[in-house]
Design a protein around this ligand. Structure first.
Ligand code: NAD
Ligand code: MN
Length: 505
C-alpha cells in the first residue's frame, strides 16, 4: 500500500451525501425532488445523490442567466475586476485541490495521477483566462478615405454549455472560464454519470464573487434538460463537448433559433511512428497516447501506424509494456490505468473487440474485461492491442472510447499521411521522428486540429484545442476561444471636415 493510499484511507472522505443544483446563486433541490445516483465505477458503489434538474429547473436557470446578463453587473465590471475573480476561483480550487481530486476519482474511477493532472489543469485554465481577458479586445482597421473603424468585442449573451463524463472538471473549466471571463452568463449541464466536480466548481464561483445567475449548474438528462437548453430562444449560444452524433443533433436543433454553436466532438486520432524515431520515447508516448484516462479520451491516439522497418521491434516492445500496465485502486499512486465509466461503456468496448475478432484481426494484448483484485464489482477492461487490421474494419473506423488500439504497418511517408487522413475525424494526431523536416512536412499535410511531434501532450492552457472534419469546430483552451464567446461590433466614423452627401441632395 502506498503512502498516498494510506493517507486517503486515514483521512475522512470530504464527499457529501447530497449535491444541489445551482440556480440564480442558490443551492436548490430539483423542482420535483428527483435525484441522480452517481456511482464509483471502480467499485460499483454509490457515491452520492445529486439533484436532477427538470425542464422547470432549466427554465429557471435560463431566466436567471438572462436576467444576470441583461440587467446584471458582471459584464459591466471593469475587465481587471473580472480577472481578479477568475484568479480567486483558481486560488480557492487550489486550496480545495485534494477534495476536487477525491471527488473526480470517486465519480469516474480514474487514477490518482490522472485526476491530479486534470484538476491542476482546470485551475490553470482559470489563471490563463484571468490573464488573457485583460488584453482581449477589438482592433483598428485601416480604411481608404476619412473613415475611422474600430471593433469591439461584446459578450455573446447566455450560453448553454453541455459537457461529457470523461473529464468532468476539466471540461467544466474549459467552458466556464472563457465564457465568464468575457462577461457571458452560463448554464452548465454536466453529464449525469459525473456531476460532482462541476457542482463544486459552481459553488466555488459563487464563493469567489461571481454574481448570482451568471453561473448556473443543472445536471440532468441530455435528452430532456440538454435539449431544452439547446432549443430555448433566450439562449444565445451552445457550447457542446461530446459525441459526434449528438453534436450533429444539437447543431440541427440550435439552427432553429440560429444560436452560435461550438462543437468539440469525437476522434480516431492517428499516431505515426517513423523508422528514425527515438524508440524509447515513441513506445512510451504511444502507450500514454492511447491508455491515458483508460482510453476514454477524445484525442486518444487509437490508430497506431508503424514503419515496416521497425514494425516488429516496436510492436514487441509496445505489447510487452501494455501487458505490464497496472490496473488497481485508483487512489494508489502506482495505478496507471483506471476503470471504465460504466457497464454500458464496457459492453461497447468489448463489442468493438469482438467485431475485430470476427473480422479476422489478431489480439496481441488484452481483449477482455479485467478482473482487479478488491475491485470485482467495478468496470475494468484490459489494455488491448489489435493487429492485422485494415481500414474497412469497424474497429479502425469508429471511435471506441476505451483502452483499445489498432496497429498497422506503412512503407513510406506518403502512405502514412494517406492512412492518417483516411477517417471522418480530425482531432488529434502524433508523429514520432528525429527528422525535423519530415515532422514539418507531415504536420502540414495532416487534417487535424492538433499535431503532436515527439510529444504525447496536447491540452495545455494556451494551446488551441479542437477538431477538423467531423471532430467539430471551434477552439478551446486558448485566446481564440474568447472570440467564440463574443460578438464583434464594428464602429465606423467619418472624420472629414465636409459633410458627406452621397446622394447629392
Ligand atoms: P455524449 O455525446 O453522449 O454526451 C455529452 C453530453 O451531452 C452529456 O452531458 C449528455 O447528457 C448530453 N446530451 C445527450 N443527448 C443530448 C441531447 N439530445 N441534447 C443535448 N444534450 C445532450 O458524450 P459522452 O459519452 O458523455 O462523452 C464522450 C464523447 O465526448 C466522445 O465522443 C468524446 O470523443 C467526446 N469528447 C470530445 C472532446 C473534445 O474536446 N473534442 C473532449 C472530451 C470528450
Ligand atoms: Mn459517477
Amino acid at each position: 500500500m502506498s503512502t498516498i493510499q494510506q493517507s486517503a484511507a486515514e483521512k475522512p472522505s470530504v464527499k457529501r451525501d447530497f449535491y444541489h443544483l445551482i440556480i440564480n446563486g442558490e443551492k436548490v433541490e430539483s423542482s420535483n425532488g428527483g435525484t441522480i445516483k452517481t456511482y464509483n465505477p471502480a467499485t460499483g458503489e454509490l457515491v452520492a445523490n445529486v439533484a436532477k434538474a427538470t425542464k422547470e429547473d432549466a427554465e429557471n436557470a435560463v431566466q436567471a442567466a438572462r436576467q444576470a446578463f441583461d440587467h446584471g453587473k458582471w459584464r459591466k465590471y471593469p475587465v481587471n475586476k473580472r480577472s481578479r475573480v477568475l484568479n480567486k476561483i483558481a486560488s480557492i480550487m487550489r486550496s480545495r485541490f485534494n477534495e476536487l481530486v477525491e471527488l473526480e476519482i470517486l465519480d469516474t474511477g480514474k487514477s490518482l495521477s490522472t485526476a491530479q493532472g486534470q484538476v491542476n489543469q482546470a485551475i490553470e485554465d482559470f489563471e490563463f483566462y484571468a490573464g488573457a481577458i485583460v488584453s482581449h479586445g477589438g482592433r483598428v482597421n485601416a480604411l481608404p478615405g476619412q473613415f475611422h473603424n474600430y471593433t469591439e468585442k461584446e459578450p455573446v449573451g447566455v450560453c448553454a454549455q453541455i459537457i461529457p463524463w470523461n473529464y468532468p472538471l476539466m471540461m467544466a473549466a474549459w467552458k466556464i472560464a472563457p465564457a465568464i471571463a468575457v462577461g457571458c452568463s452560463i448554464i452548465v449541464k454536466p453529464a449525469s454519470l459525473t456531476p460532482l466536480t462541476a457542482i463544486v466548481l459552481g459553488e466555488i464561483c459563487l464563493e469567489a464573487g461571481v454574481p448570482a445567475g451568471v453561473v448556473n449548474i443543472v445536471p440532468g438528462s441530455g435528452s430532456e434538460v440538454g435539449n431544452y437548453l439547446v432549443e430555448h430562444e433566450l439562449v444565445d449560444k451552445v457550447a457542446f463537448t461530446g459525441s459526434t452524433p449528438i453534436g450533429k443533433n444539437i447543431m440541427a436543433r440550435a439552427s432553429q433559433t440560429l444560436k452560435r454553436v461550438t462543437l468539440e466532438l469525437g476522434g480516431k486520432s492517428p499516431n505515426i511512428v517513423f523508422a528514425d524515431c527515438d524508440m524509447e520515447a515513441a513506445v512510451a508516448g504511444s502507450l500514454y497516447g492511447i491508455f491515458y484516462n483508460t482510453g476514454q479520451s477524445c484525442e486518444a491516439r487509437s490508430r497506431l501506424y508503424v514503419h515496416e522497418d521497425i514494425y516488429d521491434e516496436f510492436v514487441n516492445k509496445f505489447v510487452e509494456k501494455t501487458k505490464q500496465l497496472r490496473l488497481g485502486n485508483p487512489f494508489d499512486e502506482g495505478t496507471q490505468v483506471g476503470s471504465i465509466i460504466d457497464q454500458n461503456q464496457l459492453d461497447v468496448i468489448d463489442g468493438f473487440v469482438q467485431s475485430a475478432i470476427t473480422d479476422g484481426a489478431d489480439i496481441l494484448a488484452g481483449g477482455k474485461a479485467a478482473v482487479v483484485a478488491g475491485f470485482e464489482n467495478g468496470y475494468w477492461y484490459e489494455p488491448t492491442v489489435i493487429a492485422n487490421v485494415n481500414h474497412d474494419m469497424k474497429v479502425v473506423k469508429e471511435e471506441i472510447f476505451g483502452p483499445v488500439v489498432v496497429i498497422m504497418k506503412f512503407k513510406d511517408e506518403k502512405e502514412a499521411v494517406k492512412l492518417a487522413n483516411d477517417t471522418e475525424f480530425g482531432l488529434g494526431s502524433a508523429i514520432w521522428t528525429k527528422d525535423g523536416a519530415r515532422a514539418t512536412r507531415v504536420a502540414n499535410q495532416i487534417q487535424a486540429g492538433i499535431v503532436m511531434v515527439n510529444c504525447p501532450f496536447s491540452a495545455m492552457p494556451g494551446t488551441p484545442f479542437g477538431g477538423y472534419k467531423q471532430s467539430g469546430f471551434g477552439r478551446e483552451l486558448c485566446i481564440e476561444t474568447l472570440d467564440l464567446y463574443t460578438e464583434t461590433k464594428s464602429i465606423v466614423s467619418y472624420y472629414g471636415s465636409h459633410p458627406l452627401n452621397p446622394l447629392g441632395v
